[in-house]
Design a protein around this ligand. Structure first.
Ligand code: ATP
Ligand code: MG
Length: 414
């Protein structure tokens, strides 16, 4: 039994860390609900085809990162590497076009075979949203503003920057593609092997390369913004004016492209310098071609996804568990009363801990370890008098309380 270890790139979330994750997810759910988004839960695996069709055969995810396997019936299945494909599939297979516009929120684990680093795992978690059925930039404004609001609610407003770009419509991208291919061909020798291949199959992806040599070439590449047609420019203008109007600040980044085939017009990322190389915490864009490309009715869409691990690393210091009342029976005879009182407190919604064993000293130590706010001490002599001692563990003050009044007293204190 050599392998009693987590698989490389996976992690156990122990309570403190799981709590931070939940805080990030709960905040996302709360904020997206304010904007009228409802949660959708799609399966964690799909037919491999679902991802191949949406992410494109040339994307990094499809070529290198997917966990694909044949099930016992011989079907090729893939653990979802991202959330949009499954939501789009659910939209098509559920026949949801009558319900447009649709505002959907999702969360949960994603799987990508990549090199694990801080903020980069093989099983990681995302929260994300998709807004389907709205062609106008109003949807982009609302979706991006909601992302900003979410990060703000996590207390990260001053630690992230919104970077924004337009990829234009299909016509603009085709025009740009020609210009870019000419440029990249002229610098072919300086490109990495991966990028030379991308150049043949999907040249825009070269702009997204993380290879240092590629980055140097790309730094001088022509800009997409110079190839935008009138309509694409107007769309982007409306978006930036809308963001100005709702007070969301951004930095134009003409080099920003998204790694997936189906994006058009709006591309954006919220980035931070606090996490080293893994600086993107929330990223998204518009994908008007996606659902049509999958075989569904042509339906515009925009969405984003945020990495829960990365956000959780940033909010680390903020999330505290509820501080319990430590119930401390001293001596055998007090056990039964302690058990009943603890149960009554929990019934009333008060967090309570009943150490399982030990003398007063040991139990006080446990109470401090749990960061308990109060200790309720039940000594035999006190019980005989029908009272217990309540000690405030912050101030050290203590008072005697009649047993029958304890639960009510502690509930009032909440
Ligand atoms: P990166 O450039 O960091 O690889 P990406 O473009 O592959 O990101 P997206 O597919 O846009 O990422 O996913 C959205 C977000 O999910 C990212 O911004 C990041 O916060 C998070 N994320 C992506 N891959 C991972 C991973 N392997 N581990 C942890 N978080 C991740
Ligand atoms: Mg990636």
């Amino acid at each position: 039994m050599a392998k009693l270890q987590p698989v490389r790139g996976t992690k156990d979330l122990l309570p403190a860390e799981a709590r931070r994750h939940r805080h990030v997810e709960d905040t996302a759910r709360r904020i997206t609900e304010l904007y009228g988004f409802g949660e959708v839960v799609t399966p964690i695996f799909e037919f491999t085809e679902v991802f191949k069709r949406t992410l494109g055969d040339t994307s990094d995810i499809v070529t290198k990162e997917m966990y694909t396997f044949a099930d016992r019936g011989g079907e090729s299945l893939t653990l979802r590497p991202e959330g949009t494909a499954g939501v789009a599939r659910a939209f098509i297979s559920g026949g949801l076009q009558q319900q447009l516009p649709l505002k959907l929120f999702y969360r949960g684990p994603m799987f990508r075979y990549e090199r694990p680093q801080k903020g980069r795992q093989r099983q990681f978690h995302q929260v994300g949203v998709e807004l389907l059925g709205v062609e106008s930039p109003q949807a982009d404004i609302e979706t991006i503003a909601m992302g900003a609001r979410f990060l703000d609610a996590l207390g990260l407003k001053d630690r992230v920057t919104l970077e924004l770009n337009s990829l234009g419509d299909a016509e603009s991208r085709a025009a740009y593609r020609d210009t870019l291919v000419d440029f990249l061909n002229a610098h072919r020798d300086a490109l990495s092997e991966d990028s030379r291949e991308r150049l043949e199959r999907n040249p825009l992806r070269v702009l997204d390369s993380k290879d240092e040599g590629d980055k140097r070439v790309v730094a001088d590449a022509p800009l997409l913004s110079d190839s935008l047609n009138e309509a694409s420019r107007a769309f982007f203008d409306q978006l930036t004016r809308g963001l100005d109007a709702v007070g969301v600040s951004y930095r134009l980044n003409p080099r920003l492209v998204r790694g997936l085939d189906y994006y058009c017009h709006t591309a954006f990322e919220f980035t931070t310098t606090d996490l080293g190389a893994q600086g993107t915490v929330l990223a998204g864009g518009r994908y008007d071609g996606l659902i049509g490309q999958m075989g569904g009715p042509a339906t515009p869409g925009i969405g984003w996804a945020a990495g829960v691990e990365r956000l959780s690393l940033m909010v680390e210091e903020l999330v505290e568990p509820p501080r319990p009342v430590a119930v401390i029976p001293v001596g055998e005879a007090a056990q039964a009363t302690a058990l009943t009182l603890t149960q009554q407190l929990r019934d009333r919604g008060v967090a309570a801990d009943l150490g399982f064993s030990g003398n007063l000293k040991k139990r006080m130590k446990r109470a401090n370890g749990l960061h308990a706010r109060l200790a309720l001490m039940l000594g035999e002599d006190e019980l005989a008098k029908g009272v217990a001692t309540l000690r405030d563990l912050d101030s050290g003050e203590q008072e005697e309380i009649v047993l029958d009044r304890i639960v009510a007293h502690l509930c009032e204190k909440d």
